[in-house]
Design a protein around this ligand. Sequence first.
Ligand SMILES: NC(=O)c1ccc[n+]([C@@H]2O[C@H](COP(=O)([O-])OP(=O)(O)OC[C@H]3O[C@@H](n4cnc5c(N)ncnc54)[C@H](O)[C@@H]3O)[C@@H](O)[C@H]2O)c1
Length: 308
Amino acid sequence: MKKITIAGAGNVGATTAQRLAEKQLSEEIVLIDIIEGLPQGKALDIWQSGPVELFDTKITGTNYYKDTADSGIVIITSGLPRKPGMTRDDLMNANADIVKSVTEKIVEHSPQCIIIMVSNPLDVMSYVALKISGFEKHRIIGMAGILDTSRFRLFLSQELKISIRDIDAMVLGGHGDSMVPLIGYSTIGGVTISKFLNEKKIKEIVERTKNGGIEIVNYLKTGSAYYAPSSAAVEMVDAIIKNKKRILPCSAWLEGEYGINNTFCGVPVKLGSKGIEQIIELELSHDELNALKISANEVSKNIKKLKL
Ligand SMILES: NC(=O)c1ccc[n+]([C@@H]2O[C@H](COP(=O)([O-])OP(=O)(O)OC[C@H]3O[C@@H](n4cnc5c(N)ncnc54)[C@H](O)[C@@H]3O)[C@@H](O)[C@H]2O)c1
Protein backbone atom coordinates (compact mmCIF):
# COMPACT_ATOMS: atom_id res chain seq x y z
CA MET A 1 0.00 0.00 0.00
CA LYS A 2 1.23 3.43 -0.91
CA LYS A 3 -0.29 5.77 1.64
CA ILE A 4 -1.87 5.61 5.10
CA THR A 5 -3.28 8.69 6.80
CA ILE A 6 -3.64 9.06 10.54
CA ALA A 7 -6.05 11.80 11.60
CA GLY A 8 -5.03 13.11 15.02
CA ALA A 9 -1.34 13.38 15.83
CA GLY A 10 -1.83 12.93 19.56
CA ASN A 11 -0.70 10.01 21.67
CA VAL A 12 -2.50 7.22 19.80
CA GLY A 13 -1.96 8.77 16.36
CA ALA A 14 1.76 9.41 16.70
CA THR A 15 2.46 6.03 18.31
CA THR A 16 0.51 4.32 15.54
CA ALA A 17 2.61 6.18 12.95
CA GLN A 18 5.79 5.02 14.66
CA ARG A 19 4.68 1.39 14.82
CA LEU A 20 3.51 1.42 11.18
CA ALA A 21 6.80 2.91 10.02
CA GLU A 22 8.90 0.43 11.99
CA LYS A 23 6.92 -2.42 10.41
CA GLN A 24 7.21 -0.81 6.96
CA LEU A 25 3.57 -1.45 6.23
CA SER A 26 3.27 1.37 3.67
CA GLU A 27 5.44 3.61 1.52
CA GLU A 28 4.08 6.78 3.07
CA ILE A 29 2.36 7.85 6.29
CA VAL A 30 0.62 11.21 6.67
CA LEU A 31 -0.23 12.59 10.10
CA ILE A 32 -2.89 15.30 10.11
CA ASP A 33 -4.04 17.42 13.05
CA ILE A 34 -5.67 20.78 13.66
CA ILE A 35 -2.77 21.98 15.79
CA GLU A 36 -0.24 23.75 13.59
CA GLY A 37 3.26 22.28 13.81
CA LEU A 38 2.29 19.26 15.93
CA PRO A 39 1.90 16.69 13.14
CA GLN A 40 4.85 18.17 11.22
CA GLY A 41 7.15 18.01 14.27
CA LYS A 42 6.15 14.50 15.34
CA ALA A 43 6.31 13.15 11.78
CA LEU A 44 9.80 14.55 11.21
CA ASP A 45 10.98 13.18 14.55
CA ILE A 46 9.68 9.68 13.76
CA TRP A 47 11.13 9.86 10.22
CA GLN A 48 14.53 10.76 11.65
CA SER A 49 14.55 7.43 13.52
CA GLY A 50 14.42 5.64 10.13
CA PRO A 51 18.19 5.41 9.60
CA VAL A 52 18.57 3.79 13.04
CA GLU A 53 15.45 1.62 12.94
CA LEU A 54 16.09 0.84 9.27
CA PHE A 55 12.83 1.80 7.66
CA ASP A 56 12.34 3.72 4.41
CA THR A 57 8.76 4.79 5.05
CA LYS A 58 8.21 8.49 4.38
CA ILE A 59 6.38 10.24 7.23
CA THR A 60 4.98 13.74 6.89
CA GLY A 61 2.75 15.95 8.99
CA THR A 62 0.19 18.45 7.75
CA ASN A 63 -2.82 20.58 8.60
CA TYR A 64 -4.26 20.30 5.07
CA TYR A 65 -6.39 17.43 3.83
CA LYS A 66 -5.18 17.76 0.25
CA ASP A 67 -1.93 16.18 1.50
CA THR A 68 -3.86 13.07 2.56
CA ALA A 69 -5.28 12.48 -0.93
CA ASP A 70 -5.57 8.91 -2.22
CA SER A 71 -4.86 7.16 1.05
CA GLY A 72 -5.77 3.47 1.07
CA ILE A 73 -6.39 3.36 4.83
CA VAL A 74 -7.29 6.23 7.15
CA ILE A 75 -7.04 5.75 10.91
CA ILE A 76 -9.12 8.28 12.83
CA THR A 77 -7.71 9.06 16.28
CA SER A 78 -8.72 12.71 16.44
CA GLY A 79 -10.71 13.74 19.47
CA LEU A 80 -10.56 14.11 23.19
CA PRO A 81 -9.30 11.29 25.39
CA ARG A 82 -10.78 10.42 28.80
CA LYS A 83 -9.66 11.99 32.06
CA PRO A 84 -10.21 10.46 35.52
CA GLY A 85 -13.90 10.30 36.42
CA MET A 86 -15.05 10.30 32.78
CA THR A 87 -16.72 7.45 30.93
CA ARG A 88 -16.12 6.95 27.21
CA ASP A 89 -19.70 8.08 26.64
CA ASP A 90 -18.96 11.45 28.28
CA LEU A 91 -16.86 12.23 25.21
CA MET A 92 -19.72 11.60 22.81
CA ASN A 93 -20.90 14.99 21.61
CA ALA A 94 -17.52 16.70 21.47
CA ASN A 95 -15.93 13.83 19.60
CA ALA A 96 -18.91 13.34 17.26
CA ASP A 97 -18.39 16.90 15.95
CA ILE A 98 -14.67 16.27 15.46
CA VAL A 99 -15.12 12.86 13.81
CA LYS A 100 -17.86 14.26 11.57
CA SER A 101 -15.68 17.08 10.22
CA VAL A 102 -12.64 14.79 9.84
CA THR A 103 -14.69 12.15 7.99
CA GLU A 104 -16.14 14.71 5.59
CA LYS A 105 -12.69 15.87 4.55
CA ILE A 106 -11.19 12.39 4.43
CA VAL A 107 -13.96 11.16 2.13
CA GLU A 108 -13.49 14.14 -0.18
CA HIS A 109 -9.79 13.37 -0.68
CA SER A 110 -9.69 9.57 -0.32
CA PRO A 111 -13.05 8.29 -1.56
CA GLN A 112 -11.82 4.70 -1.88
CA CYS A 113 -10.22 4.36 1.55
CA ILE A 114 -10.96 1.98 4.40
CA ILE A 115 -11.53 3.81 7.70
CA ILE A 116 -10.28 2.38 10.97
CA MET A 117 -11.98 4.23 13.81
CA VAL A 118 -10.19 4.67 17.13
CA SER A 119 -11.81 7.77 18.68
CA ASN A 120 -14.17 7.18 21.61
CA PRO A 121 -16.87 6.29 22.30
CA LEU A 122 -15.66 3.87 19.69
CA ASP A 123 -18.82 2.18 18.48
CA VAL A 124 -20.75 5.44 18.25
CA MET A 125 -17.89 7.19 16.41
CA SER A 126 -17.79 4.28 13.94
CA TYR A 127 -21.46 5.00 13.26
CA VAL A 128 -20.68 8.71 12.72
CA ALA A 129 -18.08 7.73 10.11
CA LEU A 130 -20.47 5.28 8.41
CA LYS A 131 -23.29 7.82 8.24
CA ILE A 132 -21.17 10.79 7.15
CA SER A 133 -19.00 8.90 4.64
CA GLY A 134 -21.81 7.01 2.95
CA PHE A 135 -19.26 4.18 2.54
CA GLU A 136 -20.29 0.53 2.38
CA LYS A 137 -20.33 -1.00 5.86
CA HIS A 138 -17.30 -3.22 5.21
CA ARG A 139 -15.08 -0.13 4.85
CA ILE A 140 -15.70 1.22 8.39
CA ILE A 141 -14.05 -0.83 11.13
CA GLY A 142 -13.82 0.04 14.81
CA MET A 143 -10.74 -0.80 16.87
CA ALA A 144 -11.58 -2.06 20.36
CA GLY A 145 -11.89 -5.84 20.60
CA ILE A 146 -8.23 -6.51 19.80
CA LEU A 147 -7.20 -4.15 22.60
CA ASP A 148 -9.68 -5.55 25.11
CA THR A 149 -8.66 -9.10 24.14
CA SER A 150 -4.98 -8.22 24.47
CA ARG A 151 -5.57 -6.93 27.99
CA PHE A 152 -7.53 -10.07 28.88
CA ARG A 153 -4.75 -12.30 27.51
CA LEU A 154 -2.08 -10.40 29.44
CA PHE A 155 -3.95 -10.65 32.74
CA LEU A 156 -4.50 -14.39 32.17
CA SER A 157 -0.83 -14.80 31.36
CA GLN A 158 0.22 -12.90 34.51
CA GLU A 159 -2.07 -15.01 36.70
CA LEU A 160 -1.07 -18.36 35.20
CA LYS A 161 2.58 -17.61 34.46
CA ILE A 162 2.10 -18.94 30.95
CA SER A 163 3.35 -17.23 27.80
CA ILE A 164 0.86 -14.92 26.09
CA ARG A 165 1.69 -16.81 22.89
CA ASP A 166 -0.25 -19.80 24.13
CA ILE A 167 -3.27 -17.86 25.34
CA ASP A 168 -6.14 -17.22 22.94
CA ALA A 169 -9.16 -15.19 23.92
CA MET A 170 -12.04 -13.22 22.48
CA VAL A 171 -13.70 -10.12 23.92
CA LEU A 172 -16.85 -8.98 22.11
CA GLY A 173 -19.52 -6.32 22.59
CA GLY A 174 -19.35 -2.55 22.76
CA HIS A 175 -16.10 -0.91 23.89
CA GLY A 176 -17.31 0.01 27.35
CA ASP A 177 -18.33 -1.39 30.69
CA SER A 178 -20.65 -3.89 28.99
CA MET A 179 -17.93 -5.62 26.92
CA VAL A 180 -18.29 -9.42 26.81
CA PRO A 181 -15.21 -11.60 27.37
CA LEU A 182 -16.08 -15.06 26.03
CA ILE A 183 -14.90 -17.62 28.56
CA GLY A 184 -15.79 -20.58 26.32
CA TYR A 185 -13.55 -19.25 23.53
CA SER A 186 -10.65 -18.35 25.85
CA THR A 187 -8.11 -21.12 25.79
CA ILE A 188 -4.61 -22.02 26.85
CA GLY A 189 -2.90 -24.33 24.40
CA GLY A 190 -6.40 -25.12 23.10
CA VAL A 191 -7.81 -26.01 26.55
CA THR A 192 -10.54 -23.79 28.06
CA ILE A 193 -9.38 -21.43 30.84
CA SER A 194 -12.00 -22.91 33.19
CA LYS A 195 -9.66 -25.93 33.51
CA PHE A 196 -6.89 -23.66 34.83
CA LEU A 197 -8.73 -21.08 36.93
CA ASN A 198 -11.72 -21.16 39.25
CA GLU A 199 -14.83 -19.10 38.60
CA LYS A 200 -13.90 -16.42 41.17
CA LYS A 201 -10.46 -15.83 39.63
CA ILE A 202 -11.90 -15.68 36.10
CA LYS A 203 -14.47 -13.13 37.32
CA GLU A 204 -11.69 -10.99 38.81
CA ILE A 205 -9.73 -11.07 35.56
CA VAL A 206 -12.84 -10.25 33.53
CA GLU A 207 -13.51 -7.26 35.81
CA ARG A 208 -9.93 -6.04 35.46
CA THR A 209 -10.24 -6.35 31.67
CA LYS A 210 -13.44 -4.31 31.66
CA ASN A 211 -11.66 -1.64 33.69
CA GLY A 212 -8.42 -1.96 31.71
CA GLY A 213 -8.78 1.50 30.16
CA ILE A 214 -9.74 3.36 33.32
CA GLU A 215 -6.90 1.70 35.29
CA ILE A 216 -4.49 3.49 32.95
CA VAL A 217 -6.47 6.76 32.90
CA ASN A 218 -6.26 6.83 36.71
CA TYR A 219 -2.47 6.45 36.57
CA LEU A 220 -1.92 8.96 33.77
CA LYS A 221 -4.52 11.49 34.96
CA THR A 222 -4.13 13.69 31.88
CA GLY A 223 -5.09 11.22 29.16
CA SER A 224 -5.70 7.59 28.28
CA ALA A 225 -3.84 4.53 27.00
CA TYR A 226 -1.99 4.65 23.70
CA TYR A 227 0.78 2.04 23.46
CA ALA A 228 -1.55 -0.98 23.43
CA PRO A 229 -4.29 0.83 21.44
CA SER A 230 -1.79 1.69 18.71
CA SER A 231 -0.59 -1.93 18.58
CA ALA A 232 -4.17 -3.05 18.08
CA ALA A 233 -4.77 -0.56 15.25
CA VAL A 234 -1.56 -1.67 13.54
CA GLU A 235 -2.61 -5.33 13.73
CA MET A 236 -5.75 -4.37 11.78
CA VAL A 237 -3.73 -2.45 9.18
CA ASP A 238 -1.40 -5.43 8.79
CA ALA A 239 -4.34 -7.80 8.18
CA ILE A 240 -5.83 -5.44 5.56
CA ILE A 241 -2.64 -4.54 3.73
CA LYS A 242 -1.38 -8.11 3.52
CA ASN A 243 -4.90 -9.45 2.81
CA LYS A 244 -4.33 -11.92 5.64
CA LYS A 245 -7.99 -12.90 6.19
CA ARG A 246 -7.40 -12.82 9.94
CA ILE A 247 -10.25 -13.42 12.36
CA LEU A 248 -10.09 -10.53 14.81
CA PRO A 249 -12.64 -8.94 17.13
CA CYS A 250 -13.55 -5.53 15.68
CA SER A 251 -16.53 -3.23 15.83
CA ALA A 252 -18.73 -3.79 12.77
CA TRP A 253 -22.13 -2.58 11.57
CA LEU A 254 -24.54 -5.42 12.25
CA GLU A 255 -27.64 -6.15 10.24
CA GLY A 256 -29.13 -9.19 11.91
CA GLU A 257 -25.95 -11.06 12.89
CA TYR A 258 -26.28 -12.38 16.46
CA GLY A 259 -29.87 -11.12 16.29
CA ILE A 260 -28.55 -7.53 16.50
CA ASN A 261 -29.68 -4.88 14.05
CA ASN A 262 -28.45 -1.47 12.90
CA THR A 263 -25.71 -0.79 15.37
CA PHE A 264 -21.94 -1.13 15.69
CA CYS A 265 -20.78 -3.83 18.07
CA GLY A 266 -17.60 -5.83 18.61
CA VAL A 267 -17.78 -9.22 16.87
CA PRO A 268 -15.22 -11.52 15.24
CA VAL A 269 -14.65 -10.42 11.64
CA LYS A 270 -12.52 -11.65 8.78
CA LEU A 271 -10.15 -8.80 7.85
CA GLY A 272 -8.64 -8.68 4.39
CA SER A 273 -7.89 -6.22 1.61
CA LYS A 274 -11.57 -5.26 1.25
CA GLY A 275 -11.88 -4.49 4.97
CA ILE A 276 -14.49 -6.60 6.76
CA GLU A 277 -14.93 -9.56 4.44
CA GLN A 278 -17.15 -11.61 6.73
CA ILE A 279 -18.76 -11.41 10.14
CA ILE A 280 -18.19 -14.65 12.00
CA GLU A 281 -21.14 -15.85 14.04
CA LEU A 282 -19.85 -17.91 16.95
CA GLU A 283 -22.07 -20.21 18.91
CA LEU A 284 -22.63 -18.41 22.20
CA SER A 285 -24.15 -19.55 25.47
CA HIS A 286 -27.53 -18.09 26.38
CA ASP A 287 -25.87 -15.74 28.91
CA GLU A 288 -23.15 -14.62 26.51
CA LEU A 289 -25.64 -13.86 23.75
CA ASN A 290 -27.77 -11.95 26.20
CA ALA A 291 -24.77 -9.93 27.39
CA LEU A 292 -23.82 -9.17 23.77
CA LYS A 293 -27.34 -7.96 23.01
CA ILE A 294 -27.39 -5.76 26.13
CA SER A 295 -24.03 -4.31 25.14
CA ALA A 296 -25.21 -3.63 21.57
CA ASN A 297 -28.36 -2.04 22.94
CA GLU A 298 -26.25 0.42 24.98
CA VAL A 299 -24.50 1.49 21.77
CA SER A 300 -27.81 1.74 19.95
CA LYS A 301 -29.26 4.02 22.64
CA ASN A 302 -26.24 6.33 22.35
CA ILE A 303 -26.45 6.39 18.55
CA LYS A 304 -30.05 7.59 18.90
CA LYS A 305 -28.89 10.46 21.15
CA LEU A 306 -26.51 11.77 18.47
CA LYS A 307 -27.26 15.07 16.82
CA LEU A 308 -25.47 14.87 13.48
N1 LIG B 1 -10.77 2.52 20.63
C1 LIG B 1 -9.94 2.41 21.64
O1 LIG B 1 -9.74 1.34 22.17
C2 LIG B 1 -9.18 3.63 22.12
C3 LIG B 1 -8.02 3.48 22.88
C4 LIG B 1 -7.32 4.62 23.26
C5 LIG B 1 -7.80 5.89 22.91
N2 LIG B 1 -8.96 5.98 22.21
C6 LIG B 1 -9.50 7.29 21.81
O2 LIG B 1 -8.69 7.82 20.77
C7 LIG B 1 -8.78 9.24 20.79
C8 LIG B 1 -7.38 9.84 20.78
O3 LIG B 1 -6.69 9.55 21.99
P1 LIG B 1 -5.25 10.18 22.26
O4 LIG B 1 -4.79 9.63 23.54
O5 LIG B 1 -4.40 10.08 21.06
O6 LIG B 1 -5.67 11.73 22.48
P2 LIG B 1 -4.73 13.01 22.25
O7 LIG B 1 -5.40 14.15 22.93
O8 LIG B 1 -3.33 12.69 22.61
O9 LIG B 1 -4.78 13.24 20.66
C9 LIG B 1 -5.94 13.63 19.99
C10 LIG B 1 -5.50 14.53 18.85
O10 LIG B 1 -6.66 14.83 18.06
C11 LIG B 1 -6.45 16.14 17.56
N3 LIG B 1 -7.68 16.71 17.04
C12 LIG B 1 -8.72 17.26 17.71
N4 LIG B 1 -9.63 17.70 16.84
C13 LIG B 1 -9.18 17.46 15.59
C14 LIG B 1 -9.67 17.69 14.29
N5 LIG B 1 -10.86 18.26 14.10
N6 LIG B 1 -8.93 17.29 13.25
C15 LIG B 1 -7.75 16.66 13.43
N7 LIG B 1 -7.22 16.41 14.64
C16 LIG B 1 -7.93 16.82 15.71
C17 LIG B 1 -5.90 16.90 18.77
O11 LIG B 1 -5.28 18.12 18.37
C18 LIG B 1 -4.93 15.87 19.33
O12 LIG B 1 -3.62 16.05 18.82
C19 LIG B 1 -9.61 9.59 22.02
O13 LIG B 1 -10.95 9.80 21.65
C20 LIG B 1 -9.49 8.34 22.88
O14 LIG B 1 -10.57 8.20 23.79
C21 LIG B 1 -9.65 4.88 21.81
